[in-house]
Design a binder for this molecule. Structure first.
Ligand code: AP5
Length: 307
């Protein structure tokens, strides 16, 4: 859907954004056609375009009602900008969600919201929520919804995520979390599922290291640090042990089907058991396709609904 601003509108519809170009940007002969109430105008074959945005397909027939509407015009404004991407990424522990998110963010500039990172920040800050969350994270269980749901919901609502689009990593992980988002009308354009065999996952977890300075994810074997200086400062997550990853895997298996059922229509399963560049290539192609669809839809929406 395109981004629209509607000024001075006596009514608004969800499908029919009102469009009014800045006065000086419209050729004089087109101005009268641009200033009318969206509900009042009727279609004809004469296209009115502002930039590359279709505003109206023709001058309205002028009736008394329409003259009245012109006296109190809806100011119609189209930015013609598609809504930003909304992506979810899911997969078992160490399936490569964080690694792919780094690559996605670099190319698409989305705001990366990782439930695990938000929780670890609370743990590090020693907040009440953090103390409670750590008990569950240590056991490889899901942190209760009353902590996680609000945290993610508030982060999604922030301006950067609204403007740049978001990449939700590791959320939702249960039916109740997915339902909470559905109830808020929050749905992704694409739900990516990274598929990696279990026997690979344990190795990935045990060898994972994090750079506290850049936040970059490394693996001692598969993705070692570029310099000694980095190697020396790498840290390991408190839940990255063989014992704990097995518990996390069980939690994942118990919940994953419920979540997939909700996002089936927008789901793309990606084989994550390949070099990270190859995995990203497939994800990149899927994102480019979704972005293209959104741009096309935005162009179509730029034509006033019903015109
Ligand atoms: P979270 O931090 O989300 O952990 P996770 O889901 O277990 O996933 P990971 O972060 O371990 O793995 P990843 O898929 O991001 O893999 P990565 O790219 O790092 O959650 C932690 C805990 O928080 C949970 O257990 C739970 O308690 C709680 N929690 C989180 N979300 C919650 C929610 N919604 N509700 C309730 N509680 C929640 O890669 C792993 C390693 O593999 C790295 O070393 C990397 O270099 C390597 N690697 C990546 N890709 C490849 C590749 N293609 N080939 C070879 N190596 C690779």
């Amino acid at each position: 859907m395109a981004s629209w601003s509607i000024a001075n509108a006596p009514f608004q519809t969800s499908r029919a954004p009102s469009v009014s170009p800045p006065p000086n940007s419209i050729p004089r002969h087109q101005k009268s056609a641009a200033l009318f109430s969206a509900r009042e105008c009727s279609p004809c074959d004469c296209p009115l375009r502002i930039g590359n945005v279709n505003v109206h397909r023709g001058a309205p027939k002028v009736s008394n009602r329409k003259r009245a509407a012109r006296r109190s015009p809806v100011i119609l404004m189209a930015t013609g900008k598609p809504e930003p991407l909304k992506i979810m990424i899911s997969g078992a522990p160490a399936a490569g969600k964080g690694t792919q998110c780094e690559l996605i963010v670099r190319k698409y500039g989305l705001v990366h919201i990782a439930a695990g990172d938000l929780l670890r920040a609370e743990v590090a800050a020693g907040t009440e929520n953090g103390k409670r969350a750590k008990e569950y994270m240590e056991k490889g269980s899901l942190v209760p919804d009353e902590i996680v749901v609000t945290m993610v919901k508030e982060r999604l609502a922030q301006q950067d995520a609204q403007e740049k689009g978001w990449l939700l990593d590791g959320y939702p992980r249960s039916l109740s979390q997915a339902t909470a988002l559905e109830n808020l009308g929050i749905r992704p354009d694409l739900f990516l599922l990274l598929d990696v065999p279990e026997e690979i996952l344990v190795d990935r977890v045990v060898g994972r290291r994090l750079d506290p300075v850049t936040g970059k994810i490394y693996h001692l074997k598969f993705s070692p640090p570029e310099k000694d200086e980095i190697a020396q400062r790498l840290t390991q997550r408190f839940d990255d042990t063989e014992e704990k990853v097995k518990l996390r895997l069980k939690t994942h298996q118990k919940n994953v089907e419920d979540v997939l059922a909700i996002y089936e229509s927008v789901m793309k399963k990606v084989d994550g058991n390949r070099p990270k560049e190859q995995v990203f290539e497939e994800i990149d192609a899927a994102l480019a396709q979704v972005l293209q669809q959104k741009q096309d839809a935005s162009r179509e929406t730029s034509v006033l609904s019903g015109h």
